[in-house]
Design a protein around this ligand. Sequence first.
Ligand SMILES: Nc1nc2c(ncn2[C@@H]2O[C@H](COP(=O)(O)OP(=O)(O)OP(=O)(O)O)[C@@H](O)[C@H]2O)c(=O)[nH]1
Length: 400
Amino acid sequence: MEYVILAIVIAAVVIGGAAGLVVSGKRRKELPPAPPARTPELREPQVGEEAAPPKEEPRRQVEEVALPETAVETVPETPGEEGVLLVEVPEPTAGRLTRLRSRLARSQNTLGKGLLNLLSRDRLDEDTWEEIEELLLTADVGVQPTQELVEALRTRVKVLGTRSPDELRGLLREELVALIDPTLDRTLNTAKHADEDPARPAVLLVVGVNGVGKTTTSGKLARVLVADGRKVVLGAADTFRAAAADQLQTWGERVGARTVRGPEGGDPASVAFDAVKEGIAEGADTVLVDTAGRLHTKTGLMDELGKVKRVVEKHGPVDEVLLVLDATTGQNGLVQAKVFAEVVDITGIVLTKLDGTAKGGIVISVQRQLGVPVKLIGLGEGADDLAPFEPEAFVDALLD
Ligand SMILES: Nc1nc2c(ncn2[C@@H]2O[C@H](COP(=O)(O)OP(=O)(O)OP(=O)(O)O)[C@@H](O)[C@H]2O)c(=O)[nH]1
């Protein structure tokens, strides 16, 4: 009897196993083929590595890795001309502000529209004038220019009597343009000193605190100059942060401008000097020097920037010292700007990130406080989002 029970149990196990094999075989057929099994590589931990065993992570095939955006924009090598890498042709600078006008209009809408709305009220009483004042102050126009503007508007509105929307718009446009001062010389001195022997490129120093957009601006400016037919050499004098030099070099490579750089932590003044030397040797039109703006102490800054300028001037005078300011930092930015202006003679201001703030009035206050014109404005992170500053086009965008 025991033998009979044992035989039944064995038979049941055999039948069950066979059935299971058939089912799993079917299931396997329905699934996509399994990836080849990967055995984790056994290796000794190296110095500096965590003691934990390496984690098994899915690795991407090379075809799955997205290439950086720049690679898409770069003109490919010409077939048949191996080793010749063509570079990008940046957009011409003429009319850039008009192209970027919608960005300005979007970000500065509250100021322009707000002013027009308030001025169109039936009765312009004290409260309304106060609201106008507040609006201007909120947009960082600054106390003194705000008072001047309100005064001018009050007088002209009174003389005007009844006001049509077109008249108001025209009046406001005139007053805002006057406040920004269209008579200031906003020319960027970038032309080679061809009369000297040897001909010497124009030298531009780009200064400002970290993160305001100095390196980006230097790169964009190189594109502006190349688009205008200039031969450019870049100097990566921000030796404090190696990534800044890499970033600058990438900008340069995209438009075919050579970047002179030094060792990380090296002397910024010597990099700047070498960049100008290279510029002279290459017959470049313009040398753009990106500096580090560590604002630890005024003395430290003065030592570093002052030295860069002095050393570069062994080749000849610097043509422009451009102070880059982040428009989104408002009054704080102005305080920093003043420190820089005390250290080096600023010849022009580049106001970046105007696309990201409604405080466009900073254009007016920064010019007033430093007595230096805004020459360029940054309106986005795109390669061609830097435009020469034009007061009329700027005000038109405010009032759009
Ligand atoms: N939206 C916007 N972003 C900008 C503009 N200009 C620069 N940026 C961004 O600001 C950030 C800082 O720019 P950087 O050029 O690295 O700043 P930096 O002053 O050189 O900083 P350090 O190299 O650390 O000294 C980057 O993410 C830029 O893309 C602009 O006009 N608009």
